[in-house]
Design a protein around this ligand. Structure first.
Ligand SMILES: CC(C)(COP(=O)(O)OP(=O)(O)OC[C@H]1O[C@@H](n2cnc3c(N)ncnc32)[C@H](O)[C@@H]1OP(=O)(O)O)[C@@H](O)C(=O)NCCC(=O)NCCS
Length: 280
């Protein structure tokens, strides 16, 4: 993955991406980092609507970058058919932190803080996918070579990072959320409606709304070759080993070792894939 990262960064410079040499954010504009929660940011005093939009969506206060972002979104993002695919293949790399060769973007793909999104070679981003790298201190989203992101899938950062290993295939309407670090190994296969919940809320006090209490995130790590059946939920703090299969509808609340099949709510190991006795 380190090698691949270096590689996509080269592409960025090579292709003269508008953001290749620029810093990810310009903190000089604000003494306090801008809030990353939509509700807090919208209500925050002392900022114009435009600067809130720039902080939440574009990820920079740079006027040229705003203009390029608006031009791409307005003129290119929604166009159907082959023309749209061609135009987005040309224009989306102007926004992204790095883009490999042969990357396809469907229509209606939403990019937030695009300079913190790096995409490898031979990637397909299907219609209506959301790539949200929002945050003030994060590195953002890294999508490996040969990855497929299914229609309506959301990769969502809230000051966190998401890394998808090479050849991972994420089905329709999945969500990967990260408020710290969510890493998926190579050859991951997520069936539709899976959700990696890489962060949550403190809820110790019953007299204060949960939303007004602190946030917590320990992150999620999946090894290589993990298949998550449809509707699987993986909760914050979980580590799943390599070569693991998780049955449809499971809620994974605890770590899973290499090479097992786990099912149910909460997920329990039912067998080893090599035929051996399940651990413990
Ligand atoms: C887990 C799965 C892979 C089957 O694995 P398996 O090792 O062949 O499991 P078995 O069919 O032998 O079942 C083992 C036990 O787990 C139970 N089980 C299997 N799948 C289950 C599930 N999704 N949820 C709860 N229990 C499940 C079985 O009832 C059986 O229980 P029992 O021993 O009490 O009878 C399969 O059931 C599954 O969920 N596949 C995901 C399908 C999917 O989402 N496809 C999307 C396309 S990408």
């Amino acid at each position: 993955m380190e090698e691949r990262l270096a590689k996509v960064s080269c592409y960025s410079s090579f292709r003269g991406s508008v953001n290749a040499e620029e810093p990810i954010s310009e903190p000089a504009h604000a003494r306090e980092p801008p809030p990353i929660g939509i509700q807090q940011a919208v209500a925050a005093p002392g900022r114009s609507s435009l600067s809130k939009y720039q902080d939440l969506v574009v990820g920079t206060r740079s006027l040229p970058r705003l203009l390029v972002y608006e031009a791409v979104v307005t003129l290119v993002s929604w166009i159907p058919g082959a023309l749209g695919l061609v135009l987005r293949k040309i224009a989306y790399p102007w926004l992204l932190g790095a883009t490999g060769h042969n990357v396809t973007f469907g229509h209606g793909v939403v990019l937030r803080h695009p300079a913190k999104i790096r995409v490898g070679d031979d990637v397909v981003v299907d219609d209506l996918v959301v790539l949200d790298a929002k945050g003030t201190t994060n590195r953002g989203i890294v999508v490996g070579n040969g990855v497929f992101l299914g229609r309506g899938t959301i990769l969502s950062c809230k000051d966190g990072d998401i890394t998808l290993g090479d050849h991972t295939n994420i089905g329709f309407h999945c969500e990967v959320f990260s408020a710290s670090n969510v890493t998926v190994g190579r050859h991951g296969l997520f069936a539709a409606y899976t959700y990696l919940v890489g962060g949550g809320h403190e809820f110790e006090r019953a007299d204060v709304p949960v939303l007004a209490q602190g946030r917590s995130s320990r992150g999620i790590t999946l090894g290589d070759n993990v298949w998550l059946g449809t509707g699987t939920k993986v909760l914050d703090g979980v580590r799943i080993g390599r070569d693991v299969v998780v049955g449809a509808g499971a809620v994974v609340t605890d770590d899973l070792p290499d090479g097992v099949v786990a099912v149910g709510v909460p997920a329990r190991v039912v067998r080893r894939r090599d035929g051996g006795a399940p651990p413990g």
